[in-house]
Design a protein around this ligand. Structure first.
Ligand SMILES: [Zn+2]
Ligand SMILES: [Zn+2]
Length: 170
């Protein structure tokens, strides 16, 4: 992992790539955190993915849909970066990751009252056009969602405040 990190550092000289306990791109700190002990393909691809965000200078997004677009773009970029330094990212893995985001988006955008999938009206709110219920979402993130599954609480500074149903967090 450390070799990959230094390769990425050459490609991204103004981004600091530091060892930590999670995979994350922090736009405010201009740094990528990576898990140094984990040499699984997923972790390697994840680091390349974060490098994709960094290279594209992803900083913020106004809606969940926009976040999904950033995720797609970051993976495209990750594939290019990987090709440059000799890593091939499994395309099925990419689809799995994007599916995770799509499921998450679907869950957030579904009306808790009538079940219709609707649109986000502001950064933190959805409104149902069918039954007119509105609900608030918070804390969505540029960081990889699998960290939620492992139950690790992440440094709030490294996440971008936005979404997750208030009623059922995680
Ligand atoms: Zn991402
Ligand atoms: Zn509704």
């Amino acid at each position: 992992m450390d070799t990959l990190a230094s390769q990425l550092n050459e490609l991204l000289p103004d981004v600091s790539i530091v060892a930590g306990d999670s995979l994350c791109w922090s736009p405010s700190a201009k740094s990528i955190t990576y898990r140094t002990g984990d040499t699984s393909d997923e972790n390697i691809w994840g680091l390349l993915h974060e490098a994709g965000h960094a290279r594209l200078q992803h900083t913020s997004f106004r809606s969940d849909m926009e976040l999904l677009e950033l995720e797609v773009a970051a993976w495209d970029e990750a594939v290019k970066i990987g090709a440059k330094i000799g890593y091939k990212i499994d395309s099925e893995h990419i689809q799995d990751c994007l599916d995770t985001y799509r499921d998450w988006l679907h869950q957030r955008s579904m009306c808790p009252r009538c079940g219709i999938v609707t649109f986000q009206t502001t950064e933190s709110q959805y409104n149902c056009y069918n039954c007119h219920k509105s609900w608030t979402v918070s804390a969505s993130r540029l960081c990889r969602p699998y960290r939620l599954a492992t139950g690790q609480k992440k440094n709030r500074l490294e996440t971008i405040s936005q979404t997750v149903f208030q009623a059922k967090s995680r």
